[in-house]
Design a protein around this ligand. Structure first.
Ligand code: BG6
Length: 486
């Protein structure tokens, strides 16, 4: 396959916003540190704020110097000349035309770090001003819409200007090292594939717990809630990587075709299932990490029906996964930050161990930790050391890949997920990006859950900040005689 042309300019819309400041600009700097940015690559920051280039550069320098990694003067001397700042209203063709002098003869990638309501307008303006050339690419952040209908509208507006192969929908979870490691684990080992099905796996748990609250992000969050903010994208992506069939290769469409099949096999929620198989919650005041935390309603300033916690049981109706529930759980203001996928295997069919050892037996479990630490561990039963009377004693021990060690030593550091993704856009590789039909299938399923909640009149149940969600979340999993791995 011919190599797609390299982007040689990045235009960052919303360059003074939070996402740009915390993720995108530092990622570009770190890529430069490691020599990944092509020679001559230009970074054109753009926003409405009437800043001079010097003022923007000074702000960025301060931002980078304030990070725990610190600023390396030699790298900064290389990075700084790449930067430009163009103040403009990019939602009109006349406004976007202000970018033209900076992009003369270049193949830009446009990164939309702005509200999704502006995606369509900016694309139309890029087209109207002649900047959306055949060599250009567009990068969009989630959320792509609030439901299937609005996501279709955004996709149609963006698709009217950029062909699908030039659209890169970011889900930053796909840039995380351990998510990619999941692909390696499943498809670079012979060990797991024969066991990766309903004959051997009892159930799967995916937990994305955060200690942070919503805080001043509520104007955005209140419109979306945990279902649309986390489930629709990050968590369904994790589910897809666990559940998909082996793709023929790592080409973008090979992988994405398999993920779409999983999304299509997700059993739709009905009103009855919604009540039995899902729980919505909203945090009230409590204590997280020893500190008092306000309730969501207080942060929001008034009562609201938005959930900050969801737990649900998803069923994948296909040959591989029939009868294997996937329990998904995400919430703000949980007792700890934890992003984890746990594959619970079935118990041995018959125990040969009598006496005390019989009760020691626990089923194998593969635990993939994404955050705060990255690790992959397989728990195996083995004999407890020593002599015991009344039967052999057993113990469960983790066989760990110790990924933590990968970050030890000079120069080793944990990458921001955006680093990998930005580099992939530059090179035109969309394997780790979400295709249009994929995002729409995910919305179709999520809309089913939201509609079922509405039909069933399910309001969020309160839970104290610092707890693992409403009691219904425990009942949900216990109904199938299983328990959360806390
Ligand atoms: C974002 C959500 O997509 O992901 C946030 O909008 C959430 O609400 C964040 O806090 C979590 O990302 P991470 O990488 O910290 O797990």
């Amino acid at each position: 396959m011919a190599q797609p042309p390299l982007s040689d300019a990045i235009v960052l819309f919303g360059a003074t916003g939070d996402l740009s400041r915390r993720m995108v600009l530092p990622s570009l700097y770190f890529l430069d540190c490691d020599g990944f940015l092509p020679e001559g690559l230009k970074i054109v920051a753009s926003a409405r704020a009437p800043l001079s280039r010097d003022a923007f550069v000074a702000q960025l320098r301060e931002n980078l110097a304030g990070r725990s990694e610190g600023l390396d003067e030699a790298i900064w001397a290389r990075f700084e000349p790449r930067l430009d700042y163009v103040a403009c209203d990019a939602t009109t063709a006349e406004g976007a035309a202000a970018l033209k002098p900076a992009l003369e003869g270049r193949r830009p990638m446009f990164f939309l770090a702005v509200s999704p309501s502006l995606y369509g307008k900016i694309c139309a303006a890029l087209s109207g001003s002649g900047l959306a050339t055949a060599d250009s690419r567009i990068v969009m952040e989630k959320p792509i819409g609030r439901d299937l209908e609005t996501s279709r509208a955004i996709n149609a507006e963006v698709g009217a200007v950029f062909g699908e192969e030039r659209i890169f929908r970011i889900d930053h979870y796909l840039g995380k090292e351990t998510v990619q490691n999941l692909i390696a684990l499943r498809f670079a080992n012979t060990l797991f594939e024969p066991l990766w099905n309903n004959l051997t796996i009892d159930h799967v748990q995916i937990t994305v717990a955060e200690t942070e609250g919503v805080g001043d992000r509520w104007p955005y969050y209140d419109e979306y809630g945990a279902l649309r903010d986390m489930l629709q994208n990050h968590m369904l992506q994790l589910l897809c990587f666990v559940a998909m069939e082996p793709p023929a290769d790592m080409e973008p469409d090979s992988v994405r075709n398999e993920k779409v099949k999983v999304l299509k096999s997700l059993r739709r929620f009905t009103r009855v299932e919604a009540q039995a198989a899902s729980v919505r919650g909203q945090y009230t005041k409590g204590v997280v990490g020893g500190k008092e935390a306000a309730g969501y309603e207080t942060e929001r300033g008034q009562p609201t029906g938005t959930e900050t916690f969801v737990a649900l049981r998803a069923d994948i109706d296909n040959w591989r996964w029939a009868g294997v529930p996937f329990f998904l759980r995400t919430g703000k203001r949980m007792p700890e930050k934890r992003t984890q996928i746990a594959i619970q295997f079935k118990p041995v069919p018959h125990s040969i161990f009598g006496g005390a050892g019989k009760d020691d037996l626990t089923a194998n479990r593969l635990v993939i930790d994404l955050q705060p630490d990255e690790d992959i561990a397989l728990t195996l039963m083995n004999k407890s050391p020593g002599i015991s009377q009344g039967g052999m004693r057993l113990q469960s021990m983790p066989l760990s890949l110790s990924l933590l060690k990968a970050y030890e030593g000079p120069g080793a550091r944990r990458r921001i997920a955006y680093e990998r993704l930005l580099l992939d856009v530059m090179h035109g590789n969309s394997t780790l990006f979400v295709r249009r039909d994929e995002v729409e299938e995910a919305w179709r399923w999520i809309d089913g859950v939201a509609d079922a909640w509405k039909d069933a009149g399910m309001a969020p149940k309160p839970y104290a900040a610092g707890s693992w969600g409403p009691s219904g979340a425990f009942a949900l999993i216990e109904r199938s005689e299983r328990a959360w791995m806390d």
